[in-house]
Design a protein around this ligand. Structure first.
Ligand code: IFM
Length: 456
């Protein structure tokens, strides 16, 4: 068996998000978010589930921090719910809302865990959506005000921040495909939303730095290794275009002040609402790039496409033979190594953090109350070995965050998909550390593990 090990000081973390775990949606003045509205609209979420209670973490803060200690985490990635801070997305901040996150941060610091918050993990105040949402330019300024206010309140104790979680997911699923909040199906709204989010990223970064010096700021980008799903050269070009649109559409405007080439027909600047000077405003001097990765995507060239993208995703694996999680996602650890190395090559060895990686398996407690989720342990072994390979090949990866600490509200899938290292009984809120959670604690303690799997 080969030993897989990590550099000294490597951060071992888990990740969660406000709407997926907190509950307490009507407490202490919290405003309505687009996910409250969307999940309470019949037909949007499997089983009619919603995040009203979720894991009840709003009331179980101490218990969840104790779990992080049990898992030997050195870093905790959580998100701040904008409607707890500004119920309508503008105006003065609500002290009760900030106070919840201040208590969380202080509890983490007291046990030596790095607080690692994300300012936006998809819970836009509904009032801002009523005013136009992310396709509306004003939302960039609103977001920058909110980001500055939160950093003003917590920047004395939190140094490491993420601006957005997965901008390409919340803009595409929310505005083009309509399967996530706010449920709009309008390609032009999507294109405008991507540009406004890029503006917001640049403006927020500047607002945060003007509140506090010495912050380390990044964004958690969703990524997937984009590979050709056919032998034709056109399929390889299609895979590159998908990489541009889904992996780096929010990276290059920040780092390089330009949009990558995703459209055969050129950048749809008018449809996106790009104005003179905007590509200076999208610049953000990010200190690190957060990598969220679950799988790879295979792409082929598509002939007809009124939007000029000409890309056809042909499934994650293009076949039924590969190993899949219970969510049906392909298990393909090399995707993580490849993306870490691609970002290393393309952006001159940036500091990277794996801000999310994980798997959904439905295992629950047996008659003795044990959750023997061995498939999850195998998944993490493979993906962690891939991270170690990327580091050995030159990637500057500083930390890894398993998605997720807890089983939680998996958006349009409701509570049907369990990603946690800790099992949650959603009827009682009871938490049970899974076998994978105990395994992860050991890995964090030893800063590595003995691999039981062969790597290709
Ligand atoms: O649960 C989500 C998370 O909110 C964002 N990244 C992917 C996870 C699993 O789907």
């Amino acid at each position: 068996m080969a030993r897989v090990s990590f550099p000294e000081g490597f951060q071992w973390g888990t990740a969660t998000a406000s709407y997926q775990i907190e509950g307490g949606v009507r407490e202490d003045g919290r405003g309505e978010s687009i996910w409250d509205r969307f999940s309470h609209t019949p037909g949007n979420v499997l089983g009619g589930d919603n995040g009203d209670v979720a894991c009840d973490s709003y009331h179980r803060l101490a218990e969840d921090v104790a779990l992080l200690r049990e898992l030997r985490c050195t870093s905790y990635r959580f998100s701040i719910a904008w409607p707890r801070i500004q119920p309508e997305g503008k105006g003065p901040i609500l002290e009760a809302g900030i106070d919840y996150y201040r208590r969380l941060v202080d509890a983490l610091l007291a046990c030596g865990i790095r607080p690692f918050p994300t300012l936006y993990h998809w819970d836009l105040p509904q009032r801002l959506e009523d005013d136009g949402g992310w396709p509306e330019r004003d939302t960039a300024g609103r977001f920058a005000d909110y980001a500055g206010a939160v950093v003003g309140a917590l920047g004395d104790r939190v140094a490491d921040w993420m601006i957005f979680n997965e901008p390409s997911v919340f803009t595409s699923l929310g505005y083009a495909l309509g399967v996530h909040a706010p449920g709009r199906r309008d390609v032009d709204a999507f294109l405008r939303a991507t540009h406004v989010v890029n503006l917001a990223q640049g403006e927020a970064c500047r607002a945060m730095r003007s509140e506090h010096s010495g912050l380390r700021i990044g964004t958690a980008f969703n990524t997937s290794a984009c590979e050709p799903g056919g032998d034709d050269e056109a399929d390889a070009a299609a895979a590159e275009r998908w990489h541009a649109l889904t992996n780096v559409w929010f990276v290059e405007p920040a780092l390089l002040g330009r949009y990558p080439d995703a459209f055969v027909t050129g950048l749809p600047a008018d449809r996106m609402g790009i104005r003179d000077g905007d590509l200076e405003r999208t610049r953000a001097d990010l200190d690190f790039l957060g990598i969220n990765l679950y799988n790879r995507t295979l792409l082929r060239h598509q002939g007809e496409d009124p939007n000029g993208l000409h890309v056809l995703p042909v499934g994650p694996s293009g076949g039924d033979e590969g190993e899949k999680t219970d969510f049906g996602w392909e298990v393909w650890p090399n995707a993580l190594r490849d993306i870490l190395l691609r970002f290393t090559r393309d952006y001159d060895t940036p500091v990277l953090e794996v801000t999310e990686n994980g798997c959904a398996y439905g295992d629950g407690p047996d008659e003795r109350g044990h959750v023997a989720d061995t498939r999850r342990i195998r998944f993490y072994e493979g993906y962690l070995a891939a991270v170690a390979e990327a580091i050995a090949a030159g990637a500057d990866v500083r930390g890894y965050h398993a998605w997720s600490l807890l089983d939680n509200f998996e958006w349009a899938e409701g509570f049907s998909q369990r990603f946690g290292l800790v099992h949650v009984d959603f009827a009682t809120g009871a938490r049970t550390v899974k076998a994978s959670g105990r395994w992860y604690a050991q890995v964090a303690t030893e800063n590595g593990f003995e691999a039981s799997l062969e790597r290709d």
